[in-house]
Write a protein that binds this ligand. Structure first.
Ligand code: SMO
Length: 764
């Protein structure tokens, strides 16, 4: 079947995207609509003395200017915190209210302070500029280590010492004992740099309110309409979730950042109810730099113990992480529940412990970014293993071979209590090395052009398929149209194609008849969890499999009745029910027509994680005169369990690699340490990778079926961004090793590399 599972079926949504006929939130217009503009904090930390909205309100076309006082008077609640954990020493982490608009204090540059609504976008912008803020500046702190220091300015009275959470995994004493008994220990301190998310389409929200029914509608770019409704609405408005419909049309990139409810989504609904008119808000790119949640931003010190045979004995990780200036919905998830359990990577390490301190800092709130904690874990262990190999004089491959968990040890429970169900890491690594011609690199290293070349391997493993429910509904109309409802939302991953492919294959129906519907809480779904943690194919695919099975079950009973045979006598193939040995048959579409339509519901629950893993091999050339790095070759062999569409899959991996190399080579959010002003507030001063910064990628798979879900799939959406940073940095460190440079922190910008080379050469 040319469109069946495993075939490189072309993306059906691309025609509309590349011809400019996609329909994003901002393409939706409503009669009587109004325009909102957010007044944002001009300083990173300050006491609000007064917000004078009088002049703004008096401007022509201005309908309203709301502040925290208005919200409080109307009983509007704070944004939700979904991940709430206990401190290591007991007691719940503090939960300072994340109000929609700053109340009393501002704590990060760009924090929403007032919300202006006007007849036109220009009138709203002009009025926003006329809102007079009287703010007493306070000293700001933007780095977690500085925020946890004794004399640091305090952000929240509820969080003494700016400590958002102190969290531990494993037994630190046990690890210290094991390290002390080890033949050797290797230490590494590294920075996982704070980065922006840079979705192509900035955030947006349109609020609608129907006065007669009291029903709200929110149109917004998100990673799942149900998530936004369920997490945000009741806590903020004190009304049941059923009073809100959330619609998410086409979305231009989410990467974790759009999984989160934001103040603006609630503010447009609030304003729509007060004004009884549609209220629309579209973030500018400048606002995105200030107010989208950002990613990573932690500093870790790690110690790895080895015995005399170079087998790993223990791993200790101490991490300082930033929460930013407000607690985001999943704000503490990445450096706790998500990253640390994956600290051992693909290696057998008997004892592992992590100690994490998360600090409030005067900068943008932190949350999930493509991989959400697993990239940090993979970067740490893969840099540490490379450094260990160099220190003990083994090849990085040999040291990995000694310590990799073997396929016959599956399922393997790590010291961090994660159960890897499947994987053949050594075989995938070997396939990766072969595809990259690792052994041939020696001949490529010196090309007589004065450049320093290096090769690096990053072997990542990550956890996707976080346990949870997902629904799907398949409807075959009497006229032969097939509608598939799913609860995960594409933000560019090609769901319309992949879900069409799966449905076409299961039902034997022409893909042109199949329409995929997503992103609407009014869909008839039993449950919907949205697109996070690379879960769409595992969860959504699992649900769709049940839904197509249910539809076929109904159809088969109906076909048996129509053909006057026992159901067990029927064969189903290529969309047709047949009675074997006869010419009696009826197609699925005919059955649906006879039955006046058919519907199948899939209510799927994924009970355990899935563990995509793979080998990224990167080759770089460093120009010692300028510090500029060229990525010359890039090869990946992944284990994704099972491939549904190799074309869509490699697109996912390509984008992930670009984001991973971006973080490792050029991206960094920079705040001035004293004032908390953002120094990298536009693409003129924030380095996002472009196509000509990257080579062609050689991407393939060596799949080992996953055993924790019926399709055998391991989620693939985040993988590229997880494997790329260690592969890239290991390659650069290989290039710089002859100069005695053992470690540099991301991003490896020309300036940073040039300076390190100068210092290594004694040039200072
Ligand atoms: S960073 Mo993802 O949306 O779990």
């Amino acid at each position: 079947m040319k469109f069946g599972i495993g075939q490189p079926f072309r993306r059906v949504e691309d025609l509309r995207f590349i011809t400019g006929t996609g329909r994003f939130t901002d393409d939706h217009h409503y009669a009587g609509e109004t325009f909102a503009c957010v007044v944002r904090a001009p300083v990173a930390h300050g006491l609000i003395r007064q917000i004078d909205t009088g002049a703004a309100r008096a401007l022509p076309g201005v309908l309203a200017v709301y502040t925290a006082q208005d919200l409080a008077a109307d009983g509007i609640g704070a944004l939700p915190v979904v991940i709430v954990l206990d401190h290591a020493e007991g007691g719940r982490m503090p939960l300072p209210a994340h109000t929609l608009l700053a109340a009393g204090k501002v704590r990060y540059l760009g924090e929403p302070v007032a919300f202006v609504v006007a007849e036109t976008a220009l009138a709203a912008l002009e009025a926003a500029e006329a809102v007079a803020l009287d703010i007493d500046y306070l000293p700001a702190v933007v780095e977690p280590a500085a925020a946890l220091a004794d004399d640091a300015p305090l952000l929240f009275a509820e969080a003494p010492g700016n400590l958002a959470l102190h969290w531990q995994l494993g037994d630190l004493g046990e690890v210290d004992t094991a390290l002390a008994a080890s033949a050797r220990v290797v230490e590494l301190e590294l920075v996982n740099n704070r980065i922006i998310v840079a979705s192509m389409e900035p955030r947006n929200a349109i609020g609608l309110y129907d006065e007669a029914s009291g029903q709200f509608t929110l149109v917004t770019g998100s990673q799942g309409s149900h998530m936004i409704r369920d997490f945000m609405f009741e806590g903020v408005f004190g009304l049941p979730a059923s009073r809100l419909r959330v619609v998410t049309p086409d979305v231009g990139g989410g990467f974790g950042m759009k999984a989160i409810p934001y103040p603006e989504q609630a503010l447009v609904l609030y304003a729509a109810r007060r004004l009884v008119r549609p209220v629309r808000w579209q973030s500018t790119r400048a606002e995105a730099f200030l107010s989208d949640t950002q990613g990573r931003d932690n500093v870790s010190r790690a110690t790895l113990g080895l015995d005399a045979q170079a087998r790993f004995t223990a791993l200790k990780v101490e991490t300082l992480a930033s929460a930013g200036g407000a607690l985001s919905a999943f704000g503490v998830y990445c450096p706790t529940l998500s990253g640390p359990p994956m600290a051992p990577g693909v290696y057998s390490i008997p004892t592992v412990a992590t100690n994490v301190r998360i600090a409030y800092t005067n900068n943008a709130p932190m949350d999930a970014y493509r991989g959400a904690g697993r990239p940090e874990a993979a970067y740490l262990i893969e840099r540490l293993v490379d450094k260990a190999a160099r220190e003990i004089g083994l090849s990085p491959i040999a040291l990995r071979e000694i310590n990799m968990i073997a396929p016959e040890e599956m399922p393997h429970r790590t010291a961090t209590d994660v159960v890897y169900d499947s994987g053949d890491f050594a075989a995938v690594m070997k396939a990766g090395l072969q595809a990259a011609d690792w052994d041939g690199f020696a001949a490529r290293r010196d090309r007589g052009d004065g450049r320093l070349r290096g090769i690096g391997l990053g072997y990542y493993i990550e956890r996707t398929g976080v346990p949870g429910k997902e629904g799907a509904v398949v409807q075959i109309d009497a006229d032969g149209q097939v509608t598939v409802h799913v609860g995960t939302q594409s933000t560019g991953q090609g769901h319309e194609t992949t879900y069409v492919q799966m449905t076409a294959q299961a039902l034997g129906i022409d893909p042109a008849r199949i329409v995929v519907k997503t992103g609407d809480t009014d869909q008839p779904l039993p449950s919907a969890g949205g697109t996070v943690a690379s879960r769409s194919m595992v969860h959504g695919g699992g649900a769709l499999r049940l839904a197509t099975g249910a539809v076929l079950g109904k159809a088969s009973r109906e076909a048996a009745r129509l053909l006057a045979v026992d159901e067990r006598e029927l064969d189903f193939d290529a969309g047709v029910f047949r009675v074997p040995g006869t010419n009696r048959h009826v197609s699925l579409l005919e059955v649906a027509a006879q039955a006046g339509g058919l519907e199948g519901i899939g209510d799927f629950e994924q009970l355990a994680g899935t563990f995509p893993n793979g080998a990224h091999v990167c080759e770089v050339a460093v120009d010692p005169e300028t510090g500029h790095i060229t990525v010359e070759r890039y090869t990946v062999v992944d284990d994704f369990g099972r491939t549904l569409n190799p074309l869509v899959l490699s697109g996912q991996v390509h984008g992930g690699i670009a984001q991973g190399i971006g973080q490792a080579m050029m991206e960094r959010t920079v705040y001035d340490p004293d004032s908390g002003q953002l120094l990298s507030g536009s693409f003129m001063d924030y380095g996002l990778p472009r196509a000509d910064d990257l080579p062609f990628f050689d991407v393939s798979t060596h799949n080992v079926p996953c055993t924790t879900n019926p399709l055998g799939i391991k989620g693939a959406g985040e993988a590229g961004a997880i494997g790329a940073p260690p592969a890239f940095v290991n390659a650069v460190m290989d290039a710089l090793a002859p100069l005695g440079i053992a470690h540099l922190d991301m991003p490896l910008t020309p300036g940073r590399v040039w300076q390190a080379i100068r210092e290594a050469q004694g040039g200072g």
